[in-house]
Design a protein around this ligand. Structure first.
Ligand SMILES: Nc1ncnc2c1ncn2[C@@H]1O[C@H](COP(=O)(O)OP(=O)(O)OP(=O)(O)O)[C@@H](O)[C@H]1O
Length: 254
């Protein structure tokens, strides 16, 4: 049974079951994430991580249970209403427009709710200031005026994170944000995510244990559509069952 959420709980997934044509991708899963915290979600392929994120954003519906956000049941709302409440998933960002500069991409995203006329007007001083803030946050200030298409892979990922953050979401869902990154880019991404937590609540899926280690955050391990364990990396690494299901290989491999 799910434990009772506290006043600080922002995301409260209660006992959800999700099926695809009779196959249970998630079974009686409960997860609570406190406001302003950083949480990491790991688990072997097919554990249900992406399906959980899809359920949170309303792309798939649980057949049982519910998802609450700030106390409100959101699991029966359409996807755009859920997004409007302040839940953003990174890949939902309107990908980087490669012909525009980094700054223009940020300005455009920050203004996309203002309609066509709003977008056509010259950006205000406040909008430029916000873009400057996002450039600093993502470490892209020196790259502000080059076309986004010229960015390195890692930089493009940071721009995408900046574009999601431009909407000032309360809950940020990041699905494998370090895929394809170098070790240095991965470390910079961990630092960026630390900066985001606090003002935002952040839920990160990743397979890269080095990155997970850098995040220094509570970890939820999913297995076969259920929460298998919760704890910090040290505790999980010392848990033979986690080693077995998650890694399927000896501890030294982690
Ligand atoms: N649309 C779908 N139709 C049918 N089965 C699906 C669908 N989406 C996911 N599944 C199945 O549900 C299970 C959970 O998949 P999910 O993608 O959520 O796992 P995951 O933990 O994100 O895995 P990975 O790390 O490989 O991305 C898998 O067995 C998958 O094949």
């Amino acid at each position: 049974m799910p434990s009772e959420p506290t006043a600080e709980t922002l995301l409260d997934v209660r006992d959800i079951t999700v099926s695809f044509d009779g196959f249970k991708a998630i079974t009686n899963l409960s997860l609570q994430v406190p406001r302003g915290s950083l949480r990491v979600l790991i688990g072997p392929n097919g554990a249900g991580k992406s399906t959980l994120l899809d359920t949170i954003i309303g792309k798939v519906r649980p057949e049982r249970g519910e998802v609450r956000f700030g106390g409100q049941v959101i699991s029966r709302l359409p996807e755009h209403r859920i997004a409007g409440l302040g839940i953003c998933r990174k890949f939902q960002a309107p990908g980087v427009l490669e012909g525009l500069t980094v700054r223009e991409n940020l300005l455009l995203t920050a203004r996309r709710n203002k309609g066509v006329l709003g977008i056509l007007k010259a950006p205000s001083a406040a909008e430029h200031a916000r873009a400057d803030e996002l450039l600093r946050l993502t470490g892209l200030t020196a790259r502000a005026d080059i076309p986004a298409g010229s960015l390195a892979h890692g930089e493009k990922q940071w721009l995408e994170i900046g574009m999601v953050v431009a909407a000032d979401p309360e809950l940020l869902l990041l699905d494998e944000p370090t895929a394809g990154m170098t070790a240095q880019e991965t470390a910079q991404t961990a630092a960026l995510i630390h900066t985001l937590a606090g003002r935002h609540t952040v839920l990160v899926i990743d397979h890269d244990m080095h990155f997970v280690e850098l995040l220094k955050a509570p970890i939820t391990v999913l297995h076969q559509g259920q929460v298998f364990r919760e704890g910090n990396l040290e505790t999980l690494r010392a848990d033979p069952e986690v080693m077995e299901i998650y890694l399927g290989r000896p501890k030294e491999a982690v």
